[in-house]
Design a protein around this ligand. Structure first.
Ligand SMILES: Cc1ncc(COP(=O)(O)O)c(C=O)c1O
Length: 414
C-alpha cells in the first residue's frame, strides 16, 4: 500500500466529514445525494405551496411519519436537539431532579436535559450491545430520578423491554434518542414508539436529511401530545369559539400550555416537510443498503480476534448509521491509535473517533456533569473507532477497508 502523497490534516475540522482532502477513503459530507423526485418535492413547495411554514406539507409529513414509525403522535421540528428539549420540558425536569443518560452518545442527547437544571447521572454501557446497560440504570436510580434517556446509537436499538420494565417499577419517564436510528426496530416495533418520547434527526449527516436540519418528535400519550403544538410554536393557537370579526382581537391567540414554561419556535418549514415525506419512501431501502454493507464487513472481520463488532440480539434491526469497531491490541502492546496511524498513513483511510464519553468534555465538566462511574465505557472507548461510511459504498471500497484494517492489525502484531 502506498502512502497517499497529498494527505492533509486540519486541527480545526470539527465535522469529520468531507472537509479534508487527500484520502483514498474519507467520510463524505453526507450519507447519500438527493434523487430527482426528492429535488422536485422541494421545487414543488417553492413553486406552489401556499404557506412556507405551518402548512399542508407539515401536516402530511407528520401523518407520514406516524404511519412509518407506528407512533401514536408525531410532530415535525427543526432538529433533534429541540425534539429532546421538548421531551425534557414535557418530563417536567428541573433543579433538584436527576436524569440518567448514557455516557456514550453525541453531546446533543444530554445538553437539553442539562439545560433543564436537572442533574445528569451518566450510565455505563453494555459491552456486548454497546448500548446503555439496564443493570447500571437500576443501580443509579435514586428517589430524585425522574427520567431515563436512552440512545439507539449508531442505529442499534437498546434493550427497550428491559428499560420499560425498570421505568415502570420506578415511575420514570423514558425518552428515546432515535437521531441515528430511523427504521431500527425490535421484533418489528420501531424505535421511538416504546418510551414516552422519540426524538429523530434529519441533520445533514443522517440517513435522511431535510436540507441539513430537521427533526421529529414522537409522543405516546394524548396528554403530552396536546401540549406540543403550542410549545413548538410560541404558544400560538386559534381563538376558541365564533368571532364576528376575524381580525378582533387579533389573528390568533397566544396562551400558556404548561405552568411556568415559556414556549419557543421549533418549527419545521414546508420545503423540509415535503422533502421528509419523499425521503421516508426510500428510508427502508437505504437502511437495507447499510445493513448489507455492514454484513459484508462483519463477515470479513470475523476471523480477526483483535477486532470486535457489536453483537446484534435476535429480532433487533440495527440500521448501521455508522460502522464502529473495537480493536484490542493489548497482547502486542498496541493501541487503537496505532491502528488509526496505520490506516491514515499507509492506507489513506480517514477512520475517526467520533466522540468522547460526554463527561470528559469541558462543557459537561464546567456545568457540573463531569463526575462518572462508567468503568466499562472507560475501558472500551479508547479502543473504538469508526470507518468511513455512507449509503451505497462500492464493494471494492468495502473490500479495501477490510484489507487495510487486516493489514494494519497484522503489521501491529509484528
Ligand atoms: C445521538 C444524537 N442525538 C442527537 C443529535 C442531534 O440532532 P440534531 O443535529 O438534529 O439536533 C444527533 C445528531 O446530530 C445525534 O447523533
Amino acid at each position: 500500500m502506498t502512502n497517499p502523497s497529498s494527505v492533509t490534516t486540519k486541527t480545526g475540522d470539527a465535522s469529520g466529514r468531507g472537509s479534508v482532502s487527500g484520502y483514498k477513503v474519507n467520510f463524505p459530507a453526507r450519507m447519500r445525494g438527493y434523487t430527482e423526485s426528492e429535488i422536485n418535492a422541494v421545487v414543488e413547495v417553492m413553486r406552489n405551496a401556499e404557506a412556507q411554514t405551518q402548512g399542508a406539507y407539515l401536516r402530511q409529513f407528520e401523518a407520514d411519519f406516524k404511519a412509518y414509525t407506528g407512533a401514536r403522535h408525531a410532530f415535525g421540528v427543526d432538529n433533534a436537539t429541540n425534539a429532546l428539549r421538548l421531551a425534557s420540558i414535557l418530563c417536567g425536569l428541573g433543579p433538584g431532579d436527576e436524569v440518567i443518560i448514557p455516557g456514550y452518545t453525541f453531546c446533543a442527547t444530554a445538553i437539553p436535559f442539562g439545560a433543564s437544571g436537572a442533574h445528569i447521572v451518566w450510565a455505563d454501557m453494555d459491552p456486548a450491545t454497546w448500548g446503555i446497560n439496564p443493570e447500571d440504570i437500576e443501580r443509579k436510580i435514586t428517589p430524585r430520578t425522574k427520567a431515563l434517556v436512552v440512545v439507539h446509537l449508531l442505529g442499534m436499538p437498546v434493550d427497550m423491554p428491559a428499560i420499560l420494565e425498570i421505568a415502570g417499577r420506578h415511575h420514570l419517564r423514558v425518552v428515546e434518542d432515535c437521531a441515528q436510528a430511523p427504521g431500527a426496530a425490535i421484533n418489528g416495533q420501531k424505535v421511538g414508539t416504546f418510551g414516552d418520547f422519540g426524538c429523530f434527526s434529519f441533520h445533514g449527516a443522517k440517513q435522511i436529511t431535510t436540507l441539513g436540519e430537521g427533526g421529529a418528535l414522537t409522543v405516546r400519550s394524548d396528554e403530552d401530545a396536546a401540549l406540543v403544538p403550542g410549545l413548538r410554536h410560541n404558544g400560538v393557537r386559534p381563538f376558541s369559539g365564533e368571532r364576528p370579526r376575524y381580525w378582533v382581537p387579533a389573528m390568533s391567540n397566544v396562551d400558556l400550555d404548561l405552568e411556568g414554561v415559556w414556549p419557543n419556535n421549533f418549527s419545521l418549514g414546508e420545503a423540509q416537510a415535503a422533502l421528509g415525506s419523499e425521503l421516508l419512501k426510500t428510508l427502508d431501502q437505504s437502511n437495507e443498503v447499510l445493513i448489507a454493507q455492514a454484513a459484508r464487513l462483519r463477515a470479513a472481520f470475523a476471523d480477526v480476534p483483535e477486532l470486535q463488532v457489536v453483537d446484534i440480539p435476535g429480532g433487533y434491526r440495527h440500521v448501521f448509521h455508522q460502522f464502529v469497531m473495537h480493536y484490542d491490541g493489548a497482547a502486542s502492546g498496541r493501541t487503537r491509535d496505532d491502528l488509526l496511524d496505520f490506516l491514515t498513513q499507509e492506507a489513506g483511510i480517514r477512520a475517526i473517533v467520533q466522540y468522547h464519553p460526554l463527561y470528559r468534555y469541558p462543557l459537561f465538566q464546567k456545568l457540573g456533569a463531569g463526575e462518572q462511574n462508567c468503568p466499562v465505557l472507560e475501558g472500551w472507548w479508547d479502543n473504538s473507532f469508526s470507518l468511513p461510511w455512507w449509503i451505497g459504498m462500492p464493494d471494492e471500497t468495502l473490500d479495501y477497508l477490510v484489507a487495510s484494517v487486516k493489514a494494519g492489525v497484522a503489521a501491529l502484531k509484528g
